[in-house]
Design a binder for this molecule. Sequence first.
Ligand code: CP3
Length: 352
Amino acid sequence: MKLKNDTLIRALLRQPTPYTPIWLMRQAGRYLPEYNQTRTRAGSFLALCKNPDLATEVTLQPLARYPLDAAIVFSDILTIPDAMGLGLYFADGEGPKFERPLRAEWEIRDLTAPDPTTHLRYVLDTVSQVRRALAGSVPLIGFSGSPFTLACYMVEGQASSDFAAVKSMLYQRPDLLHHILAVNTNAVIAYLNAQIEAGAQAVMIFDTWGGMLSHAAFREFSLAYTARVIAGLKHEHEGVRVPSIVFTKGGGGWLERIAAIGCDAVGLDWMVDIGEARTRIGARVALQGNLDPAVLLSTPEVIRRECGVILERYGRNNGHVFNLGHGISQHTPPENVATLIETVRGLSGDYH
Ligand code: CP3
């Protein structure tokens, strides 16, 4: 079925669009009261992810409220390590944790990539249900964590301010980390290709923690594996291009290298000037970003001004997907999201 609104796909491929498309990282989430209600009905965040009917419902919630240009499948990046047997759980107010983080060498040697069609069937079922429900209105984005960002949680066992356990493995037992990363790479390739086959029309790789590495370590332990993922992806499904987006939080110093791995678009956090990023890599890739999520905690005037700055810095060009520089805060007033989307729609026509 042909998409009624294909501005996201066109922008990712740097083709002309009448305005700048917009979607938001974590657009289905706790800032929406209807999300919180569905999560309560599911019992927990993880139960919500694992129930395709309810996951479909929350995927569609932000689209019912706002004229967004894309849906993103409701899930989490940590479903892969969960499917590997590490036992994902969410302690109240503490973020994700694993019952069995990777500690002993034998546990690491035993690690295998899960078959997404069995162990992650619930995500694929959600993808196909959402695609059916969208009925071609807007494209559906699938996603995965990067091999390195997944390894951070798998080794650490939880979120961390400095990821000391991963870094100590990186410097003292690089062979073990490379083994985890190789398994993760195969897992991510199989998972994203399965999402594409189930109906995802673009895919995004979240490298949330690559930015905490040294220059050399980023290339060796993060980017090299993300590059292998991109090389292993299906770039076309049923004759239609499936664009890929790579987002490295804190990756502003490495934009040229990220843009060179063969992805169609590069996600930007809010620490880079999108105009400079365009000069540096805009001839090769589309750019997605880069509003500071904290702007959405302010007023309509500030939101309009900050959107204006980003659109103006990107300038009169194709290839920009408006987004936040990281996930939306749970404290965001929903009406500020409406202001953001109206503003981007209203102002961006002048740049196309
Ligand atoms: O964008 C979307 O709407 C799709 C859904 C999505 C979620 N997580 C839902 C979620 C996506 C794309 C993610 C990605 C994700 N998950 C990342 C990469 C992006 C990033 O934010 O850096 C990471 C690192 C995770 C791991 C994770 N999941 C963390 C650290 C947390 C806790 C942080 C928090 O906000 O509480 C989660 C939980 C999570 N994932 C929630 C949602 C809506 C909140 C859980 C809840 O409802 O209680």
